[in-house]
Design a protein around this ligand. Structure first.
Ligand code: SIN
Length: 279
């Protein structure tokens, strides 16, 4: 088997084939990391890994870190998160919940969000359940100079349970909520590895722009979100069983789609890797 990497989308996304994450060959790790940095989203096709082996294998991309949720943690490998068609709001109304159904970047409610997310498609539905991604470098690059000058110094309050959130989120315990105070991040961040600037938005967690009146803040956040989520910045991933998709939260946003047929099963395992405070 020889590793090949090919483009998936026009603005982001690549696929790696001819690689077994159980037994990487010399040079493959470097090539995968490079492909991720260049393409922002990387799908590694055709993998078959036990949960612990998957968790360990993701160390090739970065240092794995604990997951924020307790209710959907894997029963054996506790730092793996399960995302599934069976997800329910167990502490709330008990109803079905589609995690990440609105545009977001992972973990921005933390002072130091994860850098990468990896999602392993253990079982995927026959149709639907795609994940959409946007390229936040390109969204930033295309802004008029006057807008870049305006938003460059701005900072945004991110909140776990934002009043602006676009989808229902699972109810958390009072203890969990107390451990997640609001945080402030720049609206434009510089990627610590590539040095490129990217819009740093999370429509699901952004509460307000520091120093702006509510109406002006809402208008600006809406405008930036509408700009960044245009079709021209998107890649839409259609899952195949055995795909591991890795994305860089420092320069992308993504959203899940819960549009698969009723009764179809979607079962994914998620690992996140350590990041640095956005700057
Ligand atoms: C997520 O938002 O982290 C999940 C994406 C997905 O399930 O497609």
């Amino acid at each position: 088997m020889t590793l090949t990497i090919s483009k998936l989308g026009d603005r982001l996304g690549a696929v790696a084939e001819g690689v077994d994450m159980n037994a990487l060959k010399a040079g493959d790790a470097e090539a995968l990391r490079g492909a991720l940095l260049d393409n922002l989203v990387l799908c590694v096709r055709g993998q078959k890994l036990e949960p612990q082996a998957y968790f360990d294998a993701m160390g090739v991309f970065g240092k794995q870190m604990p997951q924020p949720s307790a209710s959907s943690n894997h029963p054996v490998v506790k730092d793996l998160l399960i995302l599934s068609s069976e997800d329910r709001d167990v502490l709330g109304d008990g109803k079905r919940i589609v995690v990440g159904a609105a545009w977001h970047t992972d973990d921005s409610y933390r002072a130091v969000p994860c850098s990468l997310t990896t999602l392993y498609g253990v079982e995927v539905p026959p149709t639907g359940g795609d994940t959409q991604f946007v390229n936040m470098y390109a969204a930033y690059d295309d802004l008029p100079d006057a807008t870049k000058a305006r938003i460059g110094p701005l900072r945004v309050v991110h909140k776990y349970d934002s009043s602006r959130k676009g989808n229902k989120i699972a109810k958390r315990t009072a203890e969990d909520m107390a451990a997640m105070p609001d945080v402030i991040h720049p609206m434009v961040r510089t990627h610590p590895v590539t040095g490129r600037k990217a819009l740093y938005l999370n429509p699901n967690r952004m509460e307000s722009v520091v120093g702006l009146a509510r109406a002006e803040s809402d208008a600006l956040l809406d405008e930036m979100t509408a700009h960044a989520t245009q079709l021209k910045y998107q890649y839409r991933h259609k899952w195949r069983q055995g795909d591991i998709v890795v994305w860089d939260n420092r320069c992308t946003m993504h959203k899940a789609n819960g549009d698969y047929p009723q009764g179809a099963r979607r079962y994914m395992l998620r690992v996140i890797t350590e990041g640095t405070a956005p700057a």
